[in-house]
Design a protein around this ligand. Sequence first.
Ligand code: ME8
Length: 505
Amino acid sequence: MGTFYVTTPIYYVNAAPHMGHAYTTIAADVMARHHRQRGDEVFFLTGTDEHGEPVANAAEALGMTPQALADQNAERFRSLMPRLNASNDFFIRTTDAEHKAKVQEVMTRVKDNGHVYKGHYEGMYCPRCADFKSDAEIEDGDRCPIHHIVLTVEKEENWFFRLSAFQERLEQLYADKPDWVGPRHRANEALSFIKGGLQDVSLSRAKLTWGVEVPWDTEHVFYVWFDALLNYYTALSYARPGEDLTSTFWPPQQQVIGKDILKFHAVFWPALLMAADLPLPERLYIHGYLLMDGDKMSKSLGNVLDPFTIIDRFGTDALRHYVLRDVTFGQDGNVSTVAFEGRYESELANGLGNLASRSIAMVRKYRDGAVPAVEPELQEDFAGLADEVAALVDRAELTPALELVWERVRRLNRYVEETAPWTLAKDPASAERLDVVLATLVEGVRVVAVLLAPVLPETVDKLLAALGAPDIAYERATLTAGAVTQVQALAPLFPKDLPAPAPAA
Ligand code: ME8
């Protein structure tokens, strides 16, 4: 048992939340819930990134002030969290006064440590990424590789962060701790970027833009990425009123991001922390893109699968399960309503839902709801399962971890077919055998439920309530005699006769 601090990126408020944002949040939430089960003291942070050109430009286009747009859209992100059943301990907004003051404090230390100077810069810039692109990154001569828009040429006189000075220390970091970034190919990608030669990066913008004031030069605001990255650190100092959690939770055990922001998190971020004399995060995990029709889902590309629509129709758990199950976490993968409905039916309704309802129904029918206190079978199939799942989650391998559990769901459904309790029930001589089968089923369902609690929190609540065994502490994830003594009726966990989808607007 220890502490577990997990973060998502903070999302831009220039657009409404979409499935990509839901995806990262769900993944981090699963890790947070899993660690709470293991008895760790958990802090789970998410929030919104509210400064910089992406927001200022979007506000201007809408005829709003940046603050008004930020307030409006931050609220949409904040209200996404309970709808996803995200158990975040805090929601940071980079316009919070406490965040801004702490950014100024840390950046002043970076400057005092000698890592900041005034200089000139000219380069190709993407206003949507708020990022200068190196020659190797530029697509078709003048376009952003992510947004495919024409880059602008920007010339600046401003403050610079001496990133180049961290080249060796960063190479050493990757040599000493090759696992600090996962999956492995992303660590290699970051390392090759570093080995390609690091240039100093602009740290401030002239004050025309919307951001945190540079304390030693009030004509400037910090370049949004410096302000944004530091959220992971600043939040701990004011998330809990009257208490500073920094010494309890810093550094994070796990940060989760999408591959679009790898460079910032796997290169700039450790360098910035080194420059500020702060300990580095233990692990950064970089997941892939959810794709629709092979392209990255994003508001600006207009190809968005709406999480709210799915939640309204199928429930939160179905969405949580689908995104982690259908796309291997860490890789890119297509998502579609057809694939979603397929998984819902086969794994949730027919797989887990059917297993749970028939197991409980049989105990009620043949034993009046009383579960025989006998040693369950299938011990071998469940031996070591909880430890294997925990080891995978520790490496952020969420999809294989889920697969291990679903193997047991399938095993239990096969067990029902093999043992045919309805036949045993007809023969009084088979009463003892039926006791074992029923105890095995109920106990197997309980263990599966405990392991699925981080992914399907609502479903597991209902299921464990029906089993009268609500405890999801991780050590409860082993088959034991007598863990469940009496079952209650269970309404279908995943109804098949769902309301028709709402007509397209
Ligand atoms: O980049 N598939 O914010 P953002 C999977 N504010 N994940 C996706 C996705 C997709 N199609 N689209 C978005 C920013 N994401 C900065 C971050 S952090 C200090 C600052 C997820 O609103 C994924 O986690 O553009 C990605 O990294 C993040 O949303 C980008 O969110």
